[in-house]
Design a protein around this ligand. Structure first.
Ligand code: HEM
Length: 137
């Protein structure tokens, strides 16, 4: 993850963060359209859930240059996700739904470079989380 990747993600996220509630709604629409079987895993209030998701992405994006802090946060998050019934394959589905949401939220600002940067960053986050979920088992 180089500095250009980090800057592309951080700058594009600022534009999504200002429409966070709408982005969260779009994200869950995209996610459940891609895999309706994921719906029953979400048991709580979806507005609250969407807020927590956006806050976590916000925190993670802000810490891309501080992996020493970010990695343990993601590891803890991943271990809680095992308890929510989340499986390895779901990370790909969530990644695709996130990219689609960014595309919708950013419109013309979702350039191939921005897409590549988010693909890289989500991939690193998912790798850390998947490894941490396995280490709990
Ligand atoms: C980078 C990846 C992800 C991030 C940043 C993220 C973020 C969060 C956050 C912040 C919460 C709130 C509860 C907590 O902090 O433990 C949460 C809950 C949850 N997430 Fe994720 N998540 C990610 C990946 C996934 C994936 C791959 C799935 C699979 C479908 C998933 C499904 C859920 C479910 C089912 C809950 C609990 C909902 C409930 O309590 O009703 N998440 N997630």
């Amino acid at each position: 993850m180089n500095q250009e990747t980090v800057a592309l993600v951080q700058n594009s996220w600022k534009k999504v963060a200002v429409i966070a509630p709408q982005a969260a709604n779009l994200f869950y629409q995209n996610l459940f359209a891609a895999d309706p079987n994921l719906k029953p895993l979400f048991k709580g209030d979806m507005d609250k859930q969407g807020k927590e998701l956006m806050q976590m992405i916000d925190a993670a994006v802000g810490k891309l240059n501080d992996l020493e802090t970010l990695v343990p946060i993601l590891q803890g998050l991943a271990q809680r996700h095992v308890g929510y019934g989340v499986q390895t394959a779901h990370y790909q589905t969530v990644g695709n739904a996130l990219l689609r949401t960014l595309e919708q939220g950013l419109n013309g600002d979702f350039t191939p470079e921005v897409k590549a940067a988010w693909t890289k960053v989500y991939g690193v986050m998912a790798d850390v989380m998947i490894a941490a979920s396995k280490s709990k088992a």
